[in-house]
Design a protein around this ligand. Sequence first.
Ligand SMILES: NC(=O)C1=CN([C@@H]2O[C@H](COP(=O)(O)OP(=O)(O)OC[C@H]3O[C@@H](n4cnc5c(N)ncnc54)[C@H](O)[C@@H]3O)[C@@H](O)[C@H]2O)C=CC1
Ligand SMILES: O=C(O)C(=O)Cc1c[nH]c2ccccc12
Length: 354
Amino acid sequence: MNLFDTVEEMGHEQVLFCHGKDPHIKAIIAIHDTSLGPAMGATRMLPYVNEEAALKDALRLSRGMTYKAACANIPVGGGKAVIIADPAHKTEELFRAYGRFVDRLQGRFITGQDVNLTPENVRTISQETNYVVGVEEKSGGPAPITAQGVFLGIKAAVKFRLQSENLEGLKVAVQGLGNVGRNVCQLLHESGAELFVTDISQEKVEEVKCTLGATVVAPDEIYSLDVDVFSPCALGGILNSQTLHSLSAAIIAGCANNQLAQEEIHGQMITEKGILYCPDYVINAGGLINVYNEMIGYNEEKAFQQLHNIYDTLIEIFARAKQQEITTNEAAKQLAEERIKNARKINKKEMIFS
Ligand SMILES: NC(=O)C1=CN([C@@H]2O[C@H](COP(=O)(O)OP(=O)(O)OC[C@H]3O[C@@H](n4cnc5c(N)ncnc54)[C@H](O)[C@@H]3O)[C@@H](O)[C@H]2O)C=CC1
Ligand SMILES: O=C(O)C(=O)Cc1c[nH]c2ccccc12
């Protein structure tokens, strides 16, 4: 990988390689764009197969955060951090050392809880820095709000693709029953949808089977079900040549970040199959909306409005894609880049006249 070429192509401002010997720490903080405000993005911890995979994840996720904020009309930039470690090897010292790296950025990067971090881990990070949000749980934490956004996204896609406002009898396959996926199932169940679920945790599938009457399938069977909606709520990279070959759902609408293994190739493949894809960073903006509002002082009405805008934004993206004969992913990127460009112009004017 030619580092600067990659960073230039993706448009990142700054990439930090954080390293320490005692305690041993390897982390990457990627700051994609701060022209609309400080870079926001939660931190994940994974035992990546190699450093290139970790860097790629941080670069793609941070760019996704820039687009996420722009599409949600939130005046912040995009960032993301990955700690390269096995979650089985968590220590207080590791999180404190990471917190000091975040603190040195003096607010250019604001972070919180992502994959494999607990609220407790984030509280440890916050002992070293104030630039952490989403752990006080004043509003119930980001996951239930993210789930509400995904639910609204499913409704928008059903309206656009299936011309229906009713979810009664809609067959939905949910991959991953974690903090977000479980809440998505609850909302779908309450609307009369029929659930098909999978998770690698036996305990989680049993619970959803018993309480919501969901049909449980094995992890590799979730792609080939005869359903209306496929909702990926676990991992990234799950929309690839192999899984798309099996998929017969009319709609893809879930919370996972970086769902497309290769954006252009697999985005195109989805369009050719006649599937309506809800771009991940548009449909899963609920978490960001939640933490941003907590940060500036929670105003329930404002947060509710921003969350509900996910529905209209998706309809706009679907319509643009159809009209211009491009993928929904391309249409979302276009919308985000337009908004960033306009906001930069406004910021410049303010600088000149203030
Ligand atoms: N929590 C939030 O507010 C937001 C989460 N996201 C993204 O959504 C995704 C899920 O987030 P959370 O629910 O918070 O995470 P989580 O860690 O609570 O849930 C993930 C679930 O997926 C399951 N899983 C893992 N591998 C699987 C496989 N191969 N097949 C089936 N299930 C599998 C896990 O057992 C777990 O139950 C992540 O990609 C995250 O980055 C995006 C925006 C906001
Ligand atoms: O949507 C994402 O991928 C996020 O990282 C959202 C998010 C959840 N918790 C946070 C804390 C600080 C910054 C962003 C987030």
